[in-house]
Design a protein around this ligand. Sequence first.
Ligand SMILES: Nc1nc2c(ncn2[C@@H]2O[C@H](COP(=O)(O)OP(=O)(O)OP(=O)(O)O)[C@@H](O)[C@H]2O)c(=O)[nH]1
Length: 365
Amino acid sequence: MPYPEHGEKMEFTSEVEVADDAEVLFPDSAYGSSAVDTDTEDSKTQSTVTLTYDEDIMHKTILVGDSGVGKTSLLVQFDQGKFIPGSFSATVGIGFTELRSVRLDSSTFDISRSGLHLLNQTRASLPPVVHASRERLLLAWMPIGLGRTGHERDFKKHAGDKTINEYFDIAFKVMLLGDSAVGKTCLLVRFKDGAFLGGNFIATVGIDFRNKVVTVDSMKVKLQIWDTAGQERFRSVTHAYYRDAQALLLLYDITRKSSFDNIRAWLTEIHEYAQKDVVIMLLGNKVDMATERVIKREEGEKLAKEYGVPFMETSAKTGLNVELAFHAIAKELKHRAAQLPSEPKFQIHDYIQQQNQKPSCCSMV
Ligand SMILES: Nc1nc2c(ncn2[C@@H]2O[C@H](COP(=O)(O)OP(=O)(O)OP(=O)(O)O)[C@@H](O)[C@H]2O)c(=O)[nH]1
């Protein structure tokens, strides 16, 4: 059920038939997304199906079923065209495979700019009707995508996610939460690519993620950062992801009072859906818009203190405190996971305060 947004078009005229010489190009299986800059074409297969689409389409499909029924094998068959026999090893959590360009007959279904994310999850909704060959699977999957994230195209501009194969010692899942338009996507893009997404605001649809490896005390820490849609209508989608997040960055916009007032409701949701020991950080974003400020810094500090969470003001536009926010989270998570008994307990509040006192901290202007 694709969302009819951003001008995408997709038509299915009849039962899918695919030529035997169908071939998958550029398969990729990894955590994270990457970019291949190829042109998008409208495509047809042997007159029985007509697909028309543009680059703005994003398809996400979830494989569901009991443990051991063959979800992973089906995905590997589709992605790599082979069956991996041997001892069964259960999927832990969730994984995904992304296909970026798929050749079918003489036409090329180029989904490189948006990606096809096939989520492999033990319990979820949206079971697709599938046929057990990768070409048929593709066509079975294509029409049931979840939509796309609004900034996908802008992500791609920043040329690829090099962290896919980057070495890391330990990985954590971090989520960005907060009302729509507070700057979650911009904060992520600033941290990941060092760039600011100005221009027209395009709301995130559903959820998306990007990886970044940071070094904490000589350990490589991979942050898998999930960017959620702030709009109410996507809330039930994003709730499902809270459970296995180790850290949550909760944002409000210092120029919009309602986004600050809603922080209490966000914290209630967090307490309902997230792990009890999840690391939470409150961020007042858009601090560069000083003349339009309606929420004082002290108000943010007071609220954070009330809930016992660290706080800072950020700007995705100038980069102020963006690195610091993610590094503080990475440090806290790393210390929790790999703290030597001899080491003193890491104090995230103290760390932020110390870093803020450094004269060169923390802007990338
Ligand atoms: N001046 C300024 N503008 C910002 C900043 N961060 C984001 N914006 C702008 O605010 C708007 C919303 O930013 P997004 O990052 O897309 O907001 P979001 O929280 O991801 O929104 P949803 O995807 O709907 O949840 C965009 O027009 C951005 O350019 C900032 O730090 N300073």
